[in-house]
Design a protein around this ligand. Structure first.
Ligand SMILES: O=C(O)CCC(=O)C(=O)O
Length: 302
């Protein structure tokens, strides 16, 4: 399939992305790719693995689904998403990881407000998410951001994890790993993982109650149609409203891309494991992802 986007990212859109930290790109992903993405999400949904959230909630969030879903792998490697992200950044981009969010039909569950940066062992201004949904989503269930919060010089605590008193032995091991410069979450987590395994880093401030005081924030959100792509910064405060009824499920895929300034960083409160091939290269805090080209090859360059 051709790699081209349906249209270019305009300079106004790139400007809006850098100013606001997020932008809705209307009708930019060809519908053939949307169809393949839908197949890829459905395959991953029907074939869960150790990185699928299979708790009591009907919401499915999978980490690294492209590692096992061939269609999702094609989307990452061949679709114009890398080009779209790179054009907005005007720089080289490397694929870091992906997730999928499948919310069943009926009353759509919200996604709590959070930043992405604090969940992963990466940091940098050029960390970009491409959020693509294969179903139409009205604003009431679509992605929302606090406009401009990608520039706030604060990293909040992830909303998930245990306090040390809930698992003193596990907390001790996590601290030892952190102090030894090792990722707190090891490679074995790719076999069996849960949001609840993480430890809260209580040195980070808790996330403000944005849902409870929405009028105090400048919130940006959109009605979304398949073929659109929402780009947003990894550091921006974002979430998804919910509580409205949809007659169909809401199947979203979010890929994370790294531009030139993205570096590895050990985080005590790491929630999502590192990409599996990175572990054997023993990354150190401060190393640029471009120092690991075998794991993160350039996906697109201007
Ligand atoms: O689709 C959603 O509800 C949440 C997406 C999200 O939080 C993300 O892509 O980081």
């Amino acid at each position: 399939m051709g790699m081209k986007a349906s249209r270019e990212v305009t300079s106004d859109e790139a400007y809006a992305f850098h100013r606001d930290g997020a932008v809705l790109l209307k009708s930019i992903l060809p519908m053939d790719w949307v169809g393949l993405l839908a197949e890829g999400i459905d395959y991953a949904n029907e074939n869960p693995d150790g990185m699928s959230s299979l708790g009591h909630s009907p919401l499915r969030i999978d980490q690294f689904p492209a590692d096992r879903s061939p269609r999702l792998k094609d989307v990452i490697n061949e679709s114009p998403i890398a080009e779209i992200v790179g054009s907005a950044l005007d720089g080289k981009v490397r694929f870091y990881m992906d997730q999928m969010f499948v919310k069943p039909a009926g009353e759509i569950m919200p996604t709590p407000w959070h930043q992405d940066t604090c969940y992963y062992n990466v940091e940098g201004h050029d960390l970009v998410r491409a959020w693509v949904c294969v179903d139409p989503v009205p604003r009431g269930a679509s992605l929302e951001v606090v406009r401009g919060s990608h520039l706030w010089n604060v990293t909040y605590r992830p909303a998930v994890g245990k306090t040390p008193d809930m698992d003193p032995e596990g907390a001790k091991i996590a601290l030892e790993r952190f102090e030894a410069g090792l990722p707190v979450i090891g490679p074995e987590s790719h076999e069996s993982w849960s949001y609840a395994d993480a430890f809260l880093d209580e040195t980070l401030p808790p996330i403000p109650d944005i849902a409870g005081s929405k009028d105090s924030y400048d919130i940006l959100g959109w009605d979304y149609e398949p073929g659109d792509v929402i780009l947003f910064h990894g550091h921006i405060l974002h979430g998804a409203a919910g509580g409205i009824d949809l007659p169909h499920s809401r199947r979203a895929h979010a890929s994370m891309w790294a531009g030139p300034d993205v570096r590895y960083v050990h985080r005590l409160g790491q929630v999502v494991p590192d990409p599996s091939d990175l572990y054997e290269l023993s990354p150190k805090t401060g190393q640029y992802l471009e120092e690991f080209p075998s794991v993160f090859p350039v996906a697109w360059a201007p």
